[in-house]
Design a protein around this ligand. Structure first.
Ligand SMILES: NC(=O)c1ccc[n+]([C@@H]2O[C@H](COP(=O)([O-])OP(=O)(O)OC[C@H]3O[C@@H](n4cnc5c(N)ncnc54)[C@H](O)[C@@H]3O)[C@@H](O)[C@H]2O)c1
Length: 251
């Protein structure tokens, strides 16, 4: 198994891509720390893993709050002695709003979770990884982190920020044996897209028509890319922002 004896953290693991990633990492032998602000969903993910014979625990955490992220990593290190892989996946989609009409509070909330949350997660994850001279971080950005997203400018800006953080940190830690990569999913069938569909079904339909493969991604398909970047199979890959998007960004 590719992640035997590895300790892996997945944030935002209560549903969608995070839950699928937790399952993919556990299936390859990792002990998975499932984390989320949503306790019910996080416990359900953990139950799904442990019921199928995998090692997993749930630790709640709001990634936009430094004290909570610091405490999450402290608990992982005190329980397991190290942290090998971190999937910084927690995120929110925010409203679809023209740039000139966006409210400041909505901007701040989205940036605090999607961008500051990834930076805070990396800040505290890097300490044990530096100590053990080894680690793999995978940040979940978006295809909207590589190209523009009409009416989703705050979301797109936050995800471009995640790609910038990923590339910069990859340079900083390349000689310390810590790899930092990003996965950039296209539209994927999760709660995030269902909510968008309820709010604006025409837009989701138009988006699917613009995807070269003419379908949404499945969470498990995104999770396979995350698994590859976590594992030693990608040992010479760092600073990469990998689109997993049915061809969207090259169309
Ligand atoms: N679904 C898509 O089409 C799509 C496309 C590109 C990128 N993404 C990204 O994938 C990631 C996962 O999204 P998803 O589609 O699985 O949606 P999702 O809503 O199913 O999962 C997001 C998870 O993040 C958690 N979360 C939100 N705020 C948090 C916080 N402050 N602290 C900790 N956890 C928090 C939520 O509770 C939820 O469990 C996000 O970063 C999202 O931006 C999704």
């Amino acid at each position: 198994m590719k992640l035997e004896n590895r300790i892996a953290l997945v944030t935002g693991a209560a549903s969608g891509i995070g839950r699928a990633s937790a399952l993919a990492l556990a299936t390859e032998g990792a002990t998975v720390i499932v984390s989320d602000v949503n306790t019910k969903g996080g416990e359900e993910t953990t139950r799904q893993l442990t019921d199928t014979g995998h090692e997993a625990i749930f630790i709640p955490c709001d990634v936009s709050r430094a004290v909570q992220v610091e405490s999450l990593i402290r608990r992982i290190v005190s329980s397991y002695g190290r942290l090998d892989c971190a999937v910084n996946n927690a995120g929110v989609s925010g409203d679809l709003t023209p740039t000139d009409l966006r409210e400041e509070a909505a901007w701040d909330m989205l940036m605090n979770v999607n961008l500051k949350g990834v930076w805070l997660s990396m800040k505290y994850e890097l300490a044990p990884m530096l100590e053990q001279s080894r680690g793999s971080i995978v940040n979940v950005a978006s295809a909207a982190g590589l190209v523009g997203f009409r009416y989703g400018s705050a979301y797109s800006a936050s995800k471009h920020g995640v790609v910038g953080l990923t590339r910069s940190a990859a340079l900083e830690y390349a000689r310390k044996n810590i790899r930092v990569n990003a996965v950039c999913p296209g539209f994927t069938e999760t709660a995030m897209v269902s909510e968008m569909n309820v709010a604006n079904p025409k837009m989701v339909e138009a988006t699917i028509n613009a995807i070269p493969m003419r379908r949404l991604g499945a969470p498990a398909e995104i999770a396979q890319a995350i698994l590859w970047l976590c594992s030693d199979d990608s040992s010479f890959v760092t600073g990469h922002a990998m689109a997993v998007d049915g061809g969207t960004v090259v169309a």
